[in-house]
Unconditional design. Structure first.
Length: 245
């Protein structure tokens, strides 16, 4: 089978996570399952949040995905059996594809490595995929045009991607460490204020409970800080990881 090109897509639904490599030929579209998660985004998000313990596990899944992908590359190119490698694999002949829509990702903050959303309508139903990796929407759109006309909206033509301005490299976990420090400062101040409030009401040692509440305040403030910054940090970690790979 002559493969015209490939791209990667991630299907996300309620309780469903599937990461595919798509192969486009003149005859149709082949989708090979290679992982249960978007490993690139998972690693970058954990790094941005300052978590290091689970990165090794995700890297292990990523390595297995690379090995499986290499096997698919050989099998599909040689037109040898590949479909039975995983139950989520699927293949569509071009006459089964009724409609393709390729739209830019409108939620870059929550999924910064997703450059487009592919809506696939076939005789078997409708499915949607986040296309992940580098911004290749123009190339993927032209590739899929070999199968059926690709819709993207009159104002959303397949223009060449704009090269992003490179963000300065941020040390691994730097903002997470800053979040921890600032959260403790704020938590202690809130704890002292709580002590003063309770003492003004009770005039007893019970007011010292405000110091214990500092641990709770720390958790709340830390989660708020990370929540505001983790999406930006994740996008930066993605770029750093790609440059170093």
């Amino acid at each position: 089978m002559k493969i015209l090109g490939t791209f990667y897509g991630f299907e996300q639904g309620f309780g469903v996570s599937r990461y595919y490599k798509f192969y486009v030929s003149r005859d149709g579209l082949q989708a090979a399952w290679i992982a249960d998660r978007d490993c690139e985004l998972s690693v970058a998000r954990m790094q941005a949040s300052g978590y290091t313990g689970a990165i090794g596990i995700v890297n292990g899944v990523s390595e297995r995905a690379r090995q499986l992908e290499a096997a698919y590359d050989l099998d599909i190119a040689a037109d040898t059996p590949w479909f039975s490698r995983h139950k989520q694999n699927f293949s569509l002949n071009r006459d089964e594809i009724r409609r393709l829509t390729l739209l830019p990702n409108a939620k870059l903050k929550t999924r910064p490595n997703c450059y487009a959303i592919l809506n696939l309508e076939s005789a078997r139903g409708k499915r949607s995929f986040y296309l992940v990796g580098v911004n290749e929407r123009a190339n993927v759109g032209a590739l899929l045009e070999n199968l059926v006309p690709v819709e993207g909206g009159a104002s959303l033509s397949f223009v060449a991607p704009v090269t992003p301005i490179e963000a300065p490299a941020i040390p691994l976990g730097d903002r997470a460490r800053k979040a921890n420090t600032l959260s403790w400062v704020g938590a202690i101040l809130l704890g002292i204020a709580t002590c003063a409030f309770f003492y003004a009401r009770t005039h007893s040692a019970f007011a010292l409970i405000g110091l214990l509440l500092a641990f709770k305040f720390h958790g709340i403030l830390h989660n708020l800080y990370v929540g505001f910054n983790v999406h930006r940090d994740t996008a930066e970690r993605l770029e750093i990881n790609r440059r170093s790979s």
